[in-house]
Design a protein around this ligand. Structure first.
Ligand code: SAH
Length: 373
């Protein structure tokens, strides 16, 4: 895996409102675990990154696949329509997106899937979004979609029943506990204050009481393990699946095999920066450990498809054919469409850095786009 290491230039650090609040909190209560730092930076109700700004798009800090090409969301919509038919075309089902950003992917998905008779009428479209700012953007994006959309703040609010869940770049924002191997055993990576009162990384006794993955046995001094709390997602998935056929698609950046390394990364205005530079004003993510995510879903009793890269998955769903039809229909935009598709499929870029994880009720047929075991 590509551990990310950015040097921390104290001159570049920014006294954001959240940096000041965190420094006061640490001075009062002591160092905070990296997971709490991540949760505060992204979700703090007053200063959290997703609560306060339009993060996504060329005007924001980073660009995601649905913002690169409409073909991404369209293929996901057609995929969902095939899955719905595999479920026996239930007359009512929840079509859910968790962490929908600007709402672009769902808008493209609904438009494309409308061609499949009965799908749009059966879909109860639900967007799970904790951020009020992004909820408003999603409302505007989907206002022309013709679908009745409802919003929920938390994935645990979803009801059991026939459901398809979609999520792009959601798992990477869920906070991770970082454990660091030291002589006497495992300690937890924390954010503390350095002697001049600046935010700094350190380590402290860990309160982690869960099991460690098997590969942890191979750790040598200095190795870091990242443990993501996926229970909110996997438990919700299992509970929803208890009420009918269930399928989930999680696309994200990460690696197929577990390994050691610190992958915490901050991005602001399309540039990587050290994660302590702009608390609350930069996106903060870690690479998804897909082996761990697959195992976490499997442990709840759901079936997990073999992992594939984004390029393999989009290729299997016919991205080339769909793109060429779009280019034929819009000759003046053909060059731009081609470049966007190349970016989604790039062998040294998004095509292989992103993976697709498919999960489903064990009784259902294998999901489209994934190889059979
Ligand atoms: N899927 C979108 C946005 C990715 S950014 C795209 O591809 O463009 C991450 C999204 O997840 C944002 O909408 C953010 O507000 C949301 N989010 C963050 N934490 C979340 C949580 N715990 N549950 C649901 N959504 C969350």
């Amino acid at each position: 895996m590509n551990a990310v290491s950015m040097s921390y230039d104290p001159e570049a650090r920014r006294e954001t409102p959240l940096a000041l609040a965190l420094k006061a909190r640490i001075a009062r209560d002591g160092p905070i675990p990296v997971a709490d730092f991540m949760a505060a930076c992204l979700g703090d109700e007053t200063h959290g990154y997703y609560r306060t700004r339009q993060a996504i798009g060329t005007q924001g800090d980073f660009v995601t696949a649905p913002e690169i090409s409409q073909v991404f969301g369209e293929l996901i919509g057609l995929w969902a329509a095939v899955v719905w038919r595999q479920m026996g075309a239930p007359s009512r089902f929840q079509l859910v997106e968790v962490g929908p950003g600007r709402g672009t992917m769902m808008a493209d998905a609904i438009r494309a899937a409308r061609r499949v008779p009965g799908f749009a009428e059966a879909a109860d479209v639900v967007l799970v979004e904790p951020s009020p700012v992004l909820t408003e953007t999603q409302r505007a994006t989907l206002s022309q979609s013709g679908a009745a959309v409802r919003w929920l703040p938390d994935i645990s609010d979803l009801s059991p029943g026939p459901t398809i869940i979609l999520a792009n770049e959601l798992l990477d924002v869920l906070p991770v506990v970082q454990l660091v191997r030291q002589e006497g055993g495992w300690r937890e990576r924390v954010v503390r204050l350095d002697p001049s009162g600046r935010l700094d990384f350190g380590s402290a006794e860990t309160s982690w009481s869960g099991a460690l993955p098997a590969f942890a046995d191979r750790a040598t001094a200095g190795d870091i393990i990242e443990l993501r709390d996926l229970a909110s997602v996997t438990e919700a998935a299992a509970r929803i699946a208890s009420g009918g056929p269930f399928a989930g698609l999680f696309i994200d950046y990460g690696h197929e095999a577990s390994g050691f390394g610190d992958t915490l990364q901050a991005v602001r205005q399309h540039r990587a920066e050290h994660p302590l530079t702009s608390p609350g004003e930069a996106d903060l993510t870690t690479q998804v450990d897909f082996a761990a995510a697959s195992a976490a879903f499997h442990a709840t009793g759901l079936a997990v498809e073999p992992l594939v890269t984004q390029a393999e998955w989009l290729g299997a769903l016919g991205i080339a054919e769909r793109a060429s039809r779009l280019m034929a229909a819009n000759p003046s935009r053909a060059g731009e469409i081609e470049l966007a598709i190349a970016r989604l499929m790039a062998p040294q870029g998004m095509g292989t850095r992103f993976e697709a994880l498919g999960v489903r009720s064990p009784g259902m047929a294998a999901l489209p786009g994934f190889p059979s075991r």
